[in-house]
Design a protein. Structure first.
Length: 272
């Protein structure tokens, strides 16, 4: 059978048969595989793959996105492994290549990239009609976003503390936020020399902080709470800044979650 789909690593994949056994090391991809109707073929997932909650509990855990249990995966005899460039360690993936026949690499960087992600998974696992339906739903959301005008805001999107960590502008998160005219600070890109895609900083050494209108505390990977928000609100260095909690899954999970995520951001921005 001729290859039909090319993944983010440039590898062409043939259409899998009905007996494909899939292990996903990417939480948002796991959710998307279920949305494509692949329930019976998903045999392994990480402990962070928690959606859809009523279905993932039936799937064997194989460690985390970084701390992967190779022996657990080997015992499942997968035909396909789904990984992501940002979320999984390259060395681990190379070890898995020794016994997993097909490794599918994903790397969506913008909301629009989800359209090609749906098509990729749909082509590999023979779910093209389901993938097309997801694409139509996301395209509707993206058109809705494009027709609305939002006031420009500079935002600091926090994903970690001790040390404080945020996102560069070439991340999927930053691209999602731009749909509602929210622009992340600092204005850095991970592809630039010496720059990180998820840079650390200190509030006392961040001259760009003066340009921040809004501070967003994500619910993941660090679970910021109301107590963290209240503590920052008392910090004199952040006076006049709007500080609020935000659902990290809605902003950072690609795949099927992007459909709901775009709607979530539109609602948040409209209420601002």
């Amino acid at each position: 059978m001729e290859p039909r789909a090319v993944d983010a690593a440039g590898v062409a994949h043939e259409t899998a048969g009905a007996n494909a056994r899939i292990v996903s090391l990417v939480p948002s991809i796991t959710e998307t595989l279920f949305a494509l109707g692949l329930d019976r073929q998903i045999v392994g997932r990480t402990g962070f793959c928690v959606h859809p909650r009523d279905k993932v509990r039936e799937v064997r855990k194989v460690g985390g996105t970084k701390a992967v249990n190779l022996d657990a995966i080997r015992a499942l005899h997968p035909t396909h492994l789904i990984v992501n460039i940002d979320e999984n360690e390259r060395d681990t993936v190379e070890q898995l290549r020794a016994f997993v026949p097909h490794i599918v690499v994903t790397h969506p960087q913008t909301p629009q990239d989800n359209l090609s992600l749906y098509a990729l998974l749909g082509a590999i696992f023979d779910r093209m009609q389901q993938a097309q339906r997801l694409s139509e739903r996301l395209e509707d959301r993206l058109r809705e976003a494009a027709t609305q005008a939002f006031a420009a805001q500079n935002v600091l999107y926090l994903i970690w503390r001790e040390p404080w960590m945020t996102v560069a502008r070439d991340t999927y998160i930053a691209a999602m936020l731009r749909l509602v005219n929210w622009h992340t600070l600092p204005d850095v890109r991970g592809g630039a020399a010496g720059a990180a895609r998820y840079p650390t900083f200190e509030f006392d050494d961040a001259p760009w902080l003066a340009g921040v209108d809004r501070i967003l505390l994500s619910s993941e990977p660090y679970r910021f709470t109301q107590a963290h928000r209240d503590a920052l609100a008392r910090d004199s260095r952040l006076a006049t800044r709007r500080i609020e909690l935000i659902d990290g899954e809605m902003v950072s999970w690609y795949g099927v979650r992007a459909i709901e995520g775009v709607a979530y951001l539109l609602k948040r921005a409209s209420a601002a």
